[in-house]
Design a protein around this ligand. Sequence first.
Ligand SMILES: CC(C)(COP(=O)(O)OP(=O)(O)OC[C@H]1O[C@@H](n2cnc3c(N)ncnc32)[C@H](O)[C@@H]1OP(=O)(O)O)[C@@H](O)C(=O)NCCC(=O)NCCS
Length: 405
Amino acid sequence: MADSEFVVRVATAAEHDRFVGLFAAAMMFESSPDDLDRELFEPERALVVMDGDEFVGTAKAMSRDLSVPGAVVPAAHVTAVGVRSTHRRQGILSGLMGRQLREVPEALAVLWASESGIYGRFGYAPAAWVVSYEADLHRVKPHPVRGDLGGVEEIRAEEALPLLARMLGELQARRPGVSGRSEQLWRKRLQDQPEHRGGMTARHVLVHRDGAGIVDGYVLWRGKMGWGPTGPASEVVVEEVVAVEPTAYHALWYHLLTLDLAAKLEYGKAAVDEPLQQLVSSPVALGRRVTESLWVRLTDVPRALAQRRYATSVDVVIEVTDHLVEANNGRFRLIGDTGHASCERSESTPDLSMSVTELAGAYLGARPLAEFAATGRVTEHTPGALSAATSAFGWPAAPVSLEIF
Ligand SMILES: CC(C)(COP(=O)(O)OP(=O)(O)OC[C@H]1O[C@@H](n2cnc3c(N)ncnc32)[C@H](O)[C@@H]1OP(=O)(O)O)[C@@H](O)C(=O)NCCC(=O)NCCS
């Protein structure tokens, strides 16, 4: 669909509540913005579409960083995409996306999609999967803890922020797909208003300390009391687990999986290679389900490719097509390995051809380029180039996106 005739412009700080109001109506939730939301608003990165004096469309980008294979880089975190229900299918989203993609200063944009069918046409591709657990705690049977796993302790949210921020930074160094949080974003993340708890308890902040008393992992979780015909059937709802040290990881999960009265545990942010499956004798009882998580869009192909690292040495010329961002069209020579990468425009014969969408799908290391070659979306011109590039674009740790933004 062509872009609409409506005027697209940048929002002002004073328009925050109106902006959120339109997005909330499109997403069918009740908006109740607070001062922290207003503080976090970056009006210069927020676009509104006007029909006369009325807001009929919104989209914004947040300035955050993101871990990618071997690096942490700035990434436009796209969110608040909404169109007034009376104005759908008139090209408003297309107008917003086109302008936003051409203007973002970062080399890549990322988002979580409300519906899978929306963003592929704008060059976004799912680049990470998320595993959701709905674990049957009577069957999952965590392996007994051997030896001293150290102390698990509950702390108050107010003292948690710096400890949790340090842990998140450590996770970013180990896994792609993790979005960084400023102090304000941490304060937003740890807000816990009773009216938003959905019948669950206040949030518990649980940390693990190593032998020296240093925090080396944390969990955010809530409980919900329940009773079934045969007795207690409470639920444990885990919001976030960040523990990069094996002992902390085991101790925190053991604690969650053995809580008294609980029959079910839900966790919706696990990685495809989540180590938890090794710590239980009945992994099937984790009730795993895999869906799309982070969508990636490369807005500046050579800069984005030079910003990440590669699992094996690669020297390849890729011919790229992009129907929205003109500068991404052409041939680029990528040279990279685990410690360094460069990517320059080139006139050489291409080894591989693909659109910007397939490059985005492979960017976080979770989707092999060979997957796209199997349907003809990546073409190999030089024998061996596909296999070499597939290995190089892969990464030893699967990406994980810890929050829907
Ligand atoms: C999704 C939404 C933003 C689309 O806005 P819109 O202005 O109607 O979109 P456009 O008119 O620019 O449509 C562009 C194309 O996307 C398609 N499209 C739009 N919404 C779609 C959807 N939900 N699923 C699949 N395709 C969709 C259109 O059919 C059109 O396709 P075409 O080019 O082949 O004709 C709007 O329907 C909305 O606000 N939905 C509710 C809120 C929401 O889900 N926001 C996204 C948050 S991640």
